[in-house]
Design a protein around this ligand. Structure first.
Ligand SMILES: [Zn+2]
Length: 653
């Protein structure tokens, strides 16, 4: 038996890339799997990501998954929920990942690391696979440096040479390779280096993007018209636009993000002559620029801009004021006094874990960022304004209370505008970003993607369109199950325009009683979320039981009114349910409507305490529900049934 003390000494981090590529035997050809574990080492993100592909199906694309946040549940054992999935979801049908990397340091002495045992569980029967250690890095990229004749080439920096730096900053000679190494990207330098004659830049000796592109094709020794983990960097003098300090110029053809350039002379011209310690500052500006432009090659965009919704990559944060390589120094106050020569955590997550095609040079086109986090300053002459509103004052909701939100689109121009009537409700147009204060960000994904036939409608100046959404839960479960602060931002994306709202704060109060915490255990399920969105079908007995429990145990809480409405919808009309018991003849049973029960539930939801009901449902939703109830009474003849009389104005009948 191994010595238990030495076993607990992990000399090397467990983080890195594991795969089954070196596996032998028949199983290795059935699937290709790579897993990146990111739990220790430099800037750990407590995340794991993987790609999985059945290699027999040659044309198949890999399925990518992200597990986050990971928790260390035992020594060398990490566990976490599967947070995101791209590709064929049937290949990874589970919802939890458990990863074990035994902390036996001697493995690396023979040139490799300990194997990883990964177990996928939750949902279908658990699956366990073993992968081999491949590399301490998450990505490997080859960089070729070419230099225009007579241009400086700054690829390292003495971090403390300039006196204005963070007091805690490590003083060292930091290289380009070190910066990316700490980001988890192994850089190998191409041995081929060319000197590019200045004539390539044309007679004015200032580069245009077209000339740069041409130079890349001619001088990059391994240029490929296909995705490849490789970057070409040109150290040059001037760009034809004096404000270009550097450029990731490769963003027009089918294979983008492969080349970038640093314009040493433009940087020199840009820094004022009286800048303190000017030579040291110039050096760090050139180094910063090299890493910044290379960052664009990895599909990182400027920090003050935001994500591409279509990537479905949920880990971008608003890092407008964070001193990262991807923020302009001019945009952050005292940038150099805070800058630690690193990327922000959310950028590291992308570099390390985003699906390969989003990051690999030459694959997904460059995403320059949308100005979504830019609050609407009213300067841009946009004809539309988007607002989101919560009906609770200051956006404070009770624990368990389902959150609904109203989105309103206003024609702010002086003229009538034509817009599709269902633009807000149409599937995929309206997105809601839900951010926690710790930086966790998710997208609300509704249960249904409604599709509408286009119905153009004229909106006069200052006229509005609005739609209300139940955003408390969706395909990913519940979004506001935890008490605390959230930030919401609505985004409307149409072929013509992208409009974002200002961030809107929301707070979920703490549970008020033990009863609430007990109820919560059954309440925060996808089935209950679905019942609140569409009504509780009588066949879902577990859901019905939970909702009844809410109505009975928490009668004076907002959630009970929502629960009563969901239950009422289930009994106001008859339902067919499939007989499943083995002793029954197969077929459908009809459960008749229970009008008396429906009336009782509506009474309790809407009329027992009308002002509290209007408050917890929202004025607009309250009006809609009472109208629906009145229509139901009329249609069904339920008004004739004895029972509590609803709403005062109905008494006149
Ligand atoms: Zn840039």
């Amino acid at each position: 038996m191994a010595n238990p003390i030495s076993e607990r000494v992990r000399i090397f981090p467990a983080s890195g890339t594991y795969n089954n590529a070196h596996g032998s035997g028949v199983f290795s050809v059935l699937h290709a799997e790579t897993i990146r574990l990111d739990v220790d080492g430099t800037f750990p993100q407590m995340m794991a990501s993987g790609s999985y592909m059945r290699t027999l199906a040659r044309i198949a694309k890999p399925t990518y998954w992200i597990a986050y946040p990971l928790k260390e549940v035992g020594y060398g054992i990490w566990e976490g929920p599967i947070y995101g999935l791209w590709g064929d979801a049937s290949l990874i049908p589970h919802n939890t990942v458990r990863i074990h990397v035994p902390p036996i340091s001697s493995y690396r002495l023979v040139g490799s690391g300990p194997p990883m045992t990964v177990t996928f569980s939750g949902g279908p029967p658990a699956v366990t696979r073993v992968l081999e250690f491949f590399s301490p890095d998450f990505r490997e990229v080859t960089v070729e440096y070419d230099t225009v004749q007579d241009s400086p080439r700054v690829t390292s920096i003495n971090t403390c040479a300039h006196l204005n730096h963070p007091p805690s900053l490590r003083c060292e000679n930091l290289t380009f390779d070190n910066v990316f190494g700490r980001a988890g990207v192994g850089i190998s330098q191409s041995q081929r280096r060319s000197i590019v004659p200045l004539e390539v830049a044309g007679g004015d000796s200032a580069w245009s993007d077209a000339e740069l592109d041409d130079a890349m094709h001619r001088y990059w020794s391994t240029y490929s018209d296909a995705p490849d983990w490789a970057i070409w960097v040109l150290f040059a003098g001037k760009h034809e636009r004096a404000t270009r300090l550097g450029s990731m110029f490769d963003l027009s053809d089918a294979n983008q993000r492969q080349g970038c350039a640093v314009f040493n002379q433009n940087i020199d011209d840009y820094v004022p002559s009286n800048y303190p310690q000017r030579p040291e500052h110039l050096a760090r500006m050139r180094f910063y620029d090299l890493v910044h432009e290379t960052g664009h090659c990895f599909n990182l965009h400027h920090a003050e801009l935001t994500y591409n919704i279509q990537l479905q990559w949920p880990f971008w944060n608003d890092i407008t004021s964070y001193p990262t390589f991807m923020n302009y120094p001019e945009h952050v106050s005292d940038f150099w006094g805070k800058f630690e020569y690193r990327f922000h955590d959310s950028e590291l997550k992308f570099l390390r874990h985003a699906p390969d095609n989003l990051v690999e040079m030459g694959d997904a086109p460059f995403y320059g960022g949308d100005p979504l986090f830019e609050p609407d300053d009213g300067k841009a002459p946009r004809p539309w304004k988007l607002d989101v509103a919560l009906h609770r004052p200051q956006g404070v909701f009770e624990f368990l209370e389902p959150v609904t939100l109203v989105a309103t689109l206003t024609n702010t121009s002086q003229h009538p505008q034509i817009i599709d009537e269902a633009v807000l409700e149409d599937g995929g147009n309206f997105a809601l970003v839900i951010a926690r204060m710790d930086g966790r960000t998710r997208f609300w994904r509704p249960f249904v993607q409604r599709c509408f036939l286009p119905t153009p409608r004229v909106l006069e100046s200052q006229q509005t369109l609005s739609a209300s959404f139940f955003v408390g839960s969706g395909l990913d479960g519940w979004y506001f199950a935890e008490p605390g602060a959230y930030m919401l931002q609505g985004v409307l994306k149409t072929p013509e325009t992208t409009i974002a709202t200002n961030p809107l704060p929301l707070r979920i109060a703490h549970p008020r009683s033990w009863d609430e915490e007990v109820v919560a255990q059954n309440f925060f399920t996808r089935d209950v979320g679905r019942a609140l969105a569409f009504g509780a079908a009588p066949s879902r007995s577990g859901v019905i039981k939970t909702l009844r429990e809410v109505v009975e145990r928490l009668p004076d809480r907002a959630v009970s009114r929502h629960a009563a409405l969901a239950l009422a919808q289930g009994v106001m009309r008859g339902h067919r349910i499939l007989r499943t018991a083995s002793n029954e003849e197969r077929g459908f049973s009809l459960i008749p409507a229970d009008h008396e029960e429906a009336r009782r539930l509506f009474q309790c939801a809407l009329f027992d305490n009308p002002s509290a009901a209007a408050e917890s449902l929202g004025g607009e939703a309250y009006r809609r529900e009472t109208e629906r109830y009145a229509a139901y009474l009329k249609q069904s003849g339920a008004a004739q049934i004895k029972g509590p009389r609803p709403q005062p104005r109905n008494r006149k009948k």
